[in-house]
Design a protein around this ligand. Sequence first.
Ligand code: FAD
Length: 381
Amino acid sequence: MSIPTPPFTDEHEELRASARGFIERELAPHAQRWEEEQWFPDEVFGKMAAQGLLGLKYPEEYGGQGGDYLHEAVLAEELARAGSGGTAAGIGAHINIATPPIWKFGTEEQKQRYLAPAIRGERIGALGITEPGAGSDVAAISTRAERVDGGWVLNGEKTYITNGVRAHFIVTAVKTTREGGHHGISFMIVDRREGVSSSALHKLGWHASDTATISFQDVFVGEENLLGPLNEGFKLIMANFQWERLVMALGSVGAMALAWERTAEFARQRSAFGRPLSGHQAIRHELADLATSVYTCRCVTYDALRRFIAGEEPLKEVTMAKLLTQRACFELMDACLQIHGGAGYMREYWVERAARDARLGPIGGGSDEIMREILGRVLGL
Ligand SMILES: Cc1cc2nc3c(=O)[nH]c(=O)nc-3n(C[C@H](O)[C@H](O)[C@H](O)COP(=O)(O)OP(=O)(O)OC[C@H]3O[C@@H](n4cnc5c(N)ncnc54)[C@H](O)[C@@H]3O)c2cc1C
């Protein structure tokens, strides 16, 4: 399947080739083992950093590559080739949701203390917004930061946090007024220290990523770790949503294209009733429909990406891309699993993992229902 080139240049395609080589060599061969161990090693971050892959969009002064969102988009698509949604999620959370608020809103000192070591792969980050009582309704968070001399004391609980066990620092949303809500939330960078405890959660998919509940019990956070302006944390949450959703769409497009290629090959090789599976019209038509879905998802996602790069703030297009691709990816993986028959249900086949991993898309980063609510507003309904 050919890849539409714009908005990518030759330089982006060179990055694609080298990132793909690294991922196929260093990550993909371990996908099955990391899935079973429910963990990928922390050293993966160091290896990614050595390739310059943890700081593609970040300025050189912090150790980044001085690239842009397009470079990051290439990596987001290629990470699907790790063959492990969990590994891609752990890396992606570090690159695309935990560190961007520090880059955009951090002080120079915070960037040196957190962003630079994160780009070097020495310190791993997580983003802590969701709580047991507040997911889609982010303004309802209740983790409280009480003002004390020299800083704040935090009490509360975050849940479903990617990298929640391994993270050295958690970019955390907290209530800094009694009322909380849109005008009473702030962000703080919380180091793993006394009072911070994590417990791993067990999931349907993304087994290689560590997802955790994190408790804060009387955790002191110094003045210098307030990220962005006090009580304006809601703006920080909103600031990265478009990019996070674009990255999810790109990851799904990458995963869908790969799954289609592998399933088409399987259908050519496997025989039933005296001919290849692809020689049966029902299977051939299914593969034709799936190829159309991959192409449609790619076009819609690339259109949103082009607009995003051009600085358009394309809320409608990004929301549509997220909504379309996450459901389509899950449906495509299910169809690919079906074409594999009994083999598709077996642990040793990649498609069993891919189908479970894809189920998260319509829930995480803003659910399908929330995407439709946003579209309802944008469309004036
Ligand atoms: C594997 C995994 C990793 C995650 N990683 C992170 C992370 O790193 N950091 C982080 O902060 N969070 C993370 N999350 C949390 C994720 O963003 C939330 O699960 C998601 O936003 C949904 O919130 P919720 O689970 O509380 O569901 P709820 O908000 O309780 O929603 C439950 C259901 O109701 C629907 N619903 C809610 N409101 C409406 C409405 N107004 N109209 C119609 N339907 C509605 C939802 O769509 C959903 O179907 C992760 C979650 C998972 C599962």
